[in-house]
Write a protein that binds this ligand. Structure first.
Ligand code: ATP
Ligand code: MN
Length: 478
């Protein structure tokens, strides 16, 4: 089925056998005795070298073989004469599928800035950096499904369009088929959403959790893995308007079980990448090391592979929010007034605080638990003291929050109380509340932002560079 991939060909034993290559030219180099064409089809970071003789083909044909052009090459697989590769292809025939005029083709064999590549997101998968990231992203997604499948979880598809605005209405993207130039009005002059497609206001989901819980109350262990949307106008290196979230939800899991699962899960998927993406990780590690050369020695971070192994090999630090606040209050940057935001019990930790804990104080991933109820969502289980909730955030070096989760409130009265307290109309959530009336059970879950995981594993600084076509404020071109 289809041609052999370059990845497979590079592993074959060279026996002069006929071989067909299909791919894009990365570079063409001419010497006195040979023309070297480095071809890549995206199956691996490595190019295959095709060797032609000067004069073997017409000038016209050879002039159309330029960086970015797409070729079919027929030849023979032979042992490589040069160093740097084991096999190469002795070219017999070249068919040019598509040229790429070097006067206008934007990707030339030189270093391009990540910012520039973002402007040509339709072509950037053809670079070494982005093809490596996309292969790693794939491997991680595969590992996610494999992990949960092995653990007896069921993949539940939760809806993308939702009518519940439970998670903070301001951050949602509206879904409508109403004519914005001719909005139907009620007698009072408000927009009449009864005439909208679903007969009510609908948005893109910010999380599959609430529906995920419905699944867990029947199948015990489920997970979702789908796109989520947040219209938060945060132009940070860690936020996208469209991102993929993995949300396991488990009946009969308490906060401890939830933490154990979260830690084991991230470690296992990172391990999968370490085993299966060696070449790509090595490439990215070298790329990062290059970038870091300009920094003074003591500011350089661990090499990528060491950083990943470190996270896999060491237990995450677990502590309560209250303990974390104490550490921050005693910290040097607090005493020297170096934090931009105030520290005190009750604050929503900002990323400078999280990063201090993870990168300076503990120097490893941290799981913070038992946050003040006021700064967390209504569905989190109240602690005995009534002041804190059974929340857990997993914080990673360089990333900050990678996972947010909690044990869920399973008590109907308490949950209803919280719903009213935060000003949600219980009627909008009648179906969610009913799970607490019919066979309620202790249960827990969490959400992992998939791109933040890919960011961590690839070492990329900006989340916009770990998703093929990023969506962020004022950008939805591709
Ligand atoms: P943050 O405080 O970093 O904005 P959050 O508290 O809003 O995150 P949650 O609502 O708990 O995040 O969502 C669960 C996970 O989804 C987060 O831990 C993070 O990994 C990821 N996440 C949240 N918002 C975004 C976003 N805009 N882009 C990418 N990933 C996100
Ligand atoms: Mn957020």
């Amino acid at each position: 089925m289809g041609p052999l991939q370059i990845k497979e060909i590079l592993q074959a034993t060279p026996e002069n056998q006929p071989i067909t290559l299909k791919g894009w030219v990365r570079t063409k180099r001419e010497s006195k005795n040979a023309i070297f064409i480095a071809l890549n089809d995206g199956s691996t970071i490595h190019n295959i070298q095709a060797v032609a003789e000067p004069g073997q083909f017409s000038d016209e044909l050879m002039q159309s073989v330029t960086t970015g052009s797409c070729l079919k090459i027929d030849g023979q697989l032979v042992e490589s004469q040069g160093s740097g590769q084991v096999v190469e292809v002795k070219v017999n025939a070249i068919e040019v599928y598509g040229t790429a005029d070097p006067e206008v083709y934007p990707l030339q064999p030189k270093k391009h800035s990540l910012e520039f590549l973002r402007e040509i997101a339709h072509l950037r998968p053809r670079t070494n950096t982005f093809s490596a990231i996309l292969r790693i992203r794939h491997a991680l997604a595969f590992a996610v499904h494999q992990y949960f499948n092995d653990k007896g979880f069921f993949y539940l598809h939760t809806p993308v369009i939702t009518a519940s605005d439970a998670e903070g209405a301001g951050e949602m993207f509206r879904v409508t088929t109403l004519d914005l130039n001719k909005l139907p009005r009620t007698e009072e002059g408000a927009i009449n959403f009864k005439e909208d497609f679903f007969g009510r206001e609908t948005n893109l989901t910010v999380s599959g959790q609430l529906e995920g819980e419905l699944g867990a109350m029947a199948l015990s262990k489920i997970y979702t893995f789908g796109p989520t949307f947040r219209a938060e106008n945060s132009n940070t290196t860690r936020h996208l308007a469209e991102f993929w979230m993995i949300e396991p939800e488990m009946a009969f899991f308490e906060l401890e079980d939830n933490m154990d699962l979260a830690e084991d899960f991230v470690k296992k998927v990172i391990t999968y990448a370490l085993i299966n993406c060696k070449d790509d990780l090595n490439f990215l590690q070298n790329r990062l090391a290059d970038e870091e050369k300009s920094k003074p020695q003591n500011e350089r971070s661990l090499p990528l592979l060491e950083k990943l192994s470190f996270v896999v090999d060491n237990p995450f630090e677990r502590l309560t929010y209250t303990e974390a606040i104490d550490i921050l209050l005693k910290s040097k940057p607090h005493k020297e007034k170096k934090f931009q935001y105030q520290v005190g019990w009750g604050i929503d930790l900002s990323s400078e605080h999280e990063r201090y804990l993870v990168e300076k104080h503990f120097k490893k991933p941290v799981i913070l638990t038992n946050y003040p109820r006021e700064i967390k969502s209504f569905y989190m289980k109240l602690d005995e003291d009534g002041k804190t909730v059974r929340a857990m955030d997993v914080l990673f070096p360089g990333i900050g929050e990678i996972i947010g989760g909690s044990q869920r409130e399973e008590n109907y009265e308490k949950l209803l109380g919280r719903v009213n307290e935060v000003g949600i109309d219980p009627q909008n959530l009648w179906w969610y509340l009913e799970t607490r009336q019919f066979g309620t059970a202790p249960h827990s879950g969490f959400g992992l932002g998939f791109e933040r995981l890919v960011q961590f594993v690839t070492g990329m600084g900006n989340i916009r560079d770990v998703i093929p076509f990023p969506r962020y404020p004022k950008s939805a071109e591709f």
